[in-house]
Design a protein around this ligand. Structure first.
Ligand code: ZN
Length: 474
């Protein structure tokens, strides 16, 4: 049976709001997991599910019906029912933002056809949709944690990579990246992956040294002490934030009336991103400014010496990728192998770009140029969007970061920026604009652009006009 579009759209929006509600828990608890907490006279390590949601000040439990995304916060008027302590406007805004982004992805791919004319044979499917929803949720969680603590728990990029690799085994998901085996890029993907495995083995065997292994650096590995459990920042006046979020949400409804589906889907996505950022980025004025401390800590470490260890780590993957480009390998042209190579190439290109910037920046400026988790995050982004689109995200991220730097400048606040949110938001936008930008750029290079391939979107339950052979080669 087929559901009407509006029903599916409403479902996706509500699903996004509920996932946003879960992300609020992840954002607050993931960095502090394991910290002993006392709740109702019971002491135990903090997990994602224990203790149940409660007011951080008076421990008053929050009833399930007041935990409803967005509406729960509005019903409570942003205050704890028991002790009247303000509840951060971040909660409803993260929920609203996630809901809008989920809605934009569904309508963008299954109604507005944002992927038409993308890479040959690109078309939508439920597997890609699920992959994108997990991808976006992980990026939102990583952004908020990075904004709060200047760390990204490495579990987040690894989860994205695992889901991207798992999606390779599903047949005929043409929205996913793919690279022809036995091509130069296919060979580079194989060589680079082998090199990455070699480097990790050498690191594990302690033949390669670990960089930044002093306990000061939280990014060195995940064995650092848990972060302190602090509630998300609460601004004195949360109504301007909330009002801005609702204006954005209502504004998107208006664009669906007056604009084409493509524009409206993109506006919905941008509105979702803005609502999320309005909830996550502002810090209370009276909050201790830890940016100076972050600067001092990073200056403390012998950054140039440490970063040279990372050059050693990068040598095998880069070396083998370059070497493999010149070796004639005959790989079978299986569709799943093409997808696997596409994921691996995106992973290597995305992670490699950020890592090289990190090394060069650190060597030039003498202090750590980028968080150690930014490279795995960009590798994960590349694994989902593919090698060409991750380059688009790479160039888009600093533009977004610059806009925020200008906002901070006008507010007279210090601008030590975590880079994770900008990489993440650029990656989410790339899901729509990545392929069109690549095509536009390719059109600039070649005088006669190839004709666009018209492909149809397939949603489970919809009749497929032409059955696709299981082992079709694109
Ligand atoms: Zn309370």
């Amino acid at each position: 049976m087929e559901f009407p579009l509006w029903l599916m759209a409403a479902f996706m929006f509500l699903l996004g709001c509920c996932v946003g509600s879960f992300l609020n828990v992840v954002i607050w608890r993931l960095p502090a997991r394991g910290t002993p907490v006392t709740f109702n006279n019971k002491t135990g390590p903090l997990t994602l599910s224990w203790p149940p949601s409660h007011c951080p000040l008076c421990q008053h439990s929050i009833a399930w019906y007041r935990n409803i995304p967005v509406l729960g916060w509005l019903m409570l008027r942003g205050r704890c029912r028991s002790c009247q302590a303000p509840i951060s406007a971040r909660y409803p805004l993260v929920e609203l933002g996630t809901g809008l982004i989920y809605l934009s992805l569904y309508l963008g791919f299954f109604y507005a056809h944002w992927n038409h004319g993308a890479a040959p044979g690109v078309r939508g499917g439920a597997v890609a949709m699920v992959l994108y929803l997990i991808f976006v949720s992980c990026l939102l969680a990583a952004s908020a944690i990075d904004a709060d603590f200047f760390i990204i728990p490495l579990g987040i990029p690894y989860l994205i990579m695992a889901v991207a690799l798992a999606s390779c085994i599903f047949g005929d998901v043409k929205m996913l990246p793919s690279v022809t085996p036995a091509s130069v890029s296919g060979n580079c993907a194989v060589g680079g992956t082998l090199g990455l495995l070699v480097s990790n083995a050498l690191l594990y065997l302690k033949i390669l040294p670990r960089s930044f292994s002093t306990p000061r650096d939280h990014n060195a590995d995940e064995s650092y002490a848990p972060m302190p459990l602090i509630p998300p920042p609460t601004l004195k006046k949360s109504w301007p934030q909330i009002t801005a979020g609702f204006i954005l949400a209502i504004g998107t409804l208006v664009t669906w009336i007056f604009c084409t589906g493509k524009i409206a889907a993109l506006v919905t996505m941008v509105a979702g991103i803005l609502a999320f950022l309005i909830g996550v980025l502002p810090r209370p004025l009276e909050a201790p400014d830890d940016s100076q401390q972050v600067l001092e800590e990073s200056a403390d470490i012998n950054a140039r010496g440490e970063i040279r260890k990372e050059i050693l780590f990068l040598l095998p993957p880069v070396g083998l990728a370059v070497l493999a480009a010149f070796i004639p390998v005959t790989l079978p042209v299986w569709p799943w192998l093409a997808r696997l190579l596409g994921v691996l190439l995106g992973l290597l290109v995305g992670g490699g770009m950020i890592w090289i910037i990190r090394i060069l920046g650190t060597l030039v400026f003498g202090r750590v140029a980028m968080g150690a988790a930014d490279a795995p995050l960009m590798a994960a982004i590349g694994a989902v969007v593919g090698a060409p689109a991750v380059i688009v995200a790479f160039f888009l991220a600093p533009i977004l970061g610059l806009i925020w730097a200008v906002v901070l400048k006008f507010q007279g606040k210090p601008n030590v920026l975590p880079y994770g949110p900008w990489l993440s938001m650029a990656a989410i936008l790339t899901l729509f604009i990545g392929n069109p930008v690549i095509h536009w750029y390719a059109g600039q290079l070649s005088p006669a652009p190839p004709p666009k391939t018209q492909s149809t979107m397939v949603w489970p339950g919809e009749p497929v006009s032409q059955p696709v052979p299981a082992h079709s080669n694109r």
